[in-house]
Write a protein that binds this ligand. Structure first.
Ligand code: GLY
Length: 565
């Protein structure tokens, strides 16, 4: 087991040790890998992963643990953990049932197609990305209650650890302190009331972050259920915050919000069965499309990170993302030709555009003809001893969302409206372009890249995986799966080795800093433009070994932690 000790300053002598919640939020370490047989939880924060394991130990199943972990993340990982955002739940229950729950944010009733265009028709991305107008109607709390139908323990039990963490506080890491300090001015700009995240002196690793107002909001949710968020005092506070900051989310928008159980996107890759999130996740179309294309080639024989393998994967990504821009959006509002896009015939046609050994060109490659994200999102993977698996990705969109903290309620609102196409052809914060399919309309869900995924082998959970990272999410999941299923990398390497990403436009291959120099040179020789960028994605992986041991890995790129028992 790899453990990274945190240099934590002891700021409180009080340790939460009462039997119900034996988690110490003032002293903890980040455990990157875990192996065991009883259950595993991997998330963006060690305390949240510990909360999940504690719930498993109390007799909860993977769904209970996923709910409690998400609620804990809403407290200890304000960058992306949330109750003011949205997410996707992918589950496989031990009886064999696959479930997907959509709690993506929705455009408010007063939203309209051109709401982010200035008088001269140019896009106002400041408004779609920051502040009150950037926020979609939050879906997370509705999603947690919709998931609870598949859980075992009372909701009150699952939310209590989050309430305690908010009420009593927890020690922040240096990374969290740096992130909060860097956002002080923007929080002040877009929040109309004092917030727990801003203080006069800079934050440092080891300080305690206490969120009393958030604790009260969580208590209202505990006591009143979904109505504790979408109606009554919390809803009133959201609406008042909107009025102070010229936002448009109304009381009726909140009251009307419903999470939706959708038909999972399922497909076969060789002997594996994959379960992932359908639209409005673009991943539910792009991941099967990319894997169906890949299956036509002997990828593993090309060798891990060989120029031939990377060139093929990059070109497959280019072809898939060209279709994303044209065809994908909320199916409740726009007819998306999913069946055609995933048909063998269409895959064959698309692959006719593939040329080996040379860079493709995104100005020549467009969508096919069919008949008829700073990037802060967060992922958690959970597997319990009975074979229930849960893969959940949730988001505020940007790190700390819109930077608008709901006055009196203590939580951050998302800036998910930027995931719509604010104007055809205008890139969003991830450089992704879109058109009619993803245009803004009242009540519509914006297209997402979140791709929580479960791989089954012989009908049993084999891999539980997902990641944040805006448009790199789907390619990261694809790459991690290829690392495991084709190149036989260890779980640790599959998560932590350098990554690459191509999304059609811009026409370039994004690579991480530690991407091998000689491979970069080989790609450039074939005609590719490469761009080195900061780490992308933070993959949370659980893989089941042949003897049934669960191997869990939290990404080295952040404070991510794997826990279990
Ligand atoms: N906000 C990132 C995504 O949903 O793709």
């Amino acid at each position: 087991m790899k453990r990274i000790a945190l240099l934590l300053v002891l700021v409180k002598l009080v340790v939460v040790t009462h039997a119900q919640h034996p988690i110490d939020p003032y002293h903890y370490t980040i455990q990157k890998t875990f192996r065991g047989k009883n259950g595993a939880v991997v998330s963006a924060h060690p305390l949240a992963s510990q909360v999940g394991v504690m719930i498993l130990k109390k007799g909860g199943n993977a769904v209970d643990a996923a709910i409690a972990t998400q609620l804990a993340l809403a407290v200890v990982y304000p960058n992306a953990g949330n109750i003011g955002g949205g997410g996707f739940f992918v589950g496989h229950l031990k009886e064999g049932k696959n479930i997907t729950i959509d709690y993506r944010e929705k455009a408010p009733g007063k939203a309209h197609r051109d709401m982010y265009l200035k008088q001269d028709g140019s896009p106002d991305l400041e408004k779609s990305q920051n502040g009150h107008l950037a926020a979609g109607v939050p879906g997370t709390v509705a999603g947690l209650f919709a998931s609870h139908k598949f859980a075992r323990l009372p909701f009150k039990t699952l939310i209590q650890p989050a309430i305690d963490l908010a009420e009593k506080g927890f020690v922040i890491t240096q990374a969290e302190a740096n992130a909060l300090n860097a956002r002080k001015a923007i929080f002040e700009k877009y929040s109309t009331r004092p917030t727990a995240f801003v203080r006069d002196i800079p934050w440092k690793g080891g300080d305690t972050l206490v969120q009393k107002e958030l604790a009260q909001t969580l208590i209202r949710i505990r006591d009143k259920g979904q109505k504790g968020f979408y109606e009554g005092e919390t809803a009133r506070m959201i609406v008042e915050e909107m009025q102070r900051g010229n936002g448009i989310i109304s009381y009726d928008d909140l009251k009307a919000y419903q999470a939706v159980e959708r038909t999972p996107s399922t497909f076969k890759y060789k002997e594996y069965d994959l379960v992932t999130m359908p639209l409005p996740s673009s991943g539910g179309v792009l991941l099967p499309m990319m894997m169906k294309m890949t299956e036509r080639f002997p990828l593993s024989s090309y060798g891990y990170m060989s120029p031939k393998a990377v060139q093929l994967m990059v070109e497959i990504e280019r072809l898939a993302y060209a279709d994303r821009a044209k065809y994908l959006g909320d199916e409740d509002f726009y007819k998306v030709p999913v069946k055609q896009l995933l048909s063998d015939k269409y895959i064959t046609e698309r692959l006719k555009l593939y040329q080996s050994d040379t860079a493709g060109n995104s100005t020549l490659i467009h969508e096919g003809v069919v008949e008829g994200e700073s990037e802060e999102t967060t992922h958690l993977s959970v597997l319990d001893k009975d074979g229930n698996a849960v893969s959940v990705t949730t988001t505020l969109n940007n790190s700390y969302g819109s930077f608008t903290v709901v006055g009196g309620a203590g939580f951050i609102l998302n800036d998910e409206m930027d995931d719509f196409s604010v104007k055809p052809g205008v890139p969003n914060m991830y450089g992704a372009v879109g058109g009619e399919a993803n245009a803004i309309a009242p009540g519509k869900r914006m297209l997402s890249s979140m791709t929580p995924t479960i791989v089954l082998k012989g009908g049993k959970p084999y891999i539980v995986v997902g990641t944040p990272g805006g448009t790199t999410i789907t390619t990261n999941v694809y790459m991690t799966l290829m690392n495991l299923l084709e190149f036989n990398l260890s779980a640790y390497d599959a998560v932590n080795k350098p990554r690459f990403h191509m999304q059609w436009l811009p026409d370039q291959v994004d690579i991480e800093k530690n991407f091998p120099e000689e491979l970069k040179a080989a790609l450039e020789k074939m005609g590719y433009k490469t761009r080195i960028r900061g780490a992308f994605g933070r993959t949370e992986l659980i893989k089941v070994l042949p003897d049934g041991t669960m191997e869990a890995v939290g990404d080295m790129r952040g404070d991510d932690a794997a826990e279990g028992w």
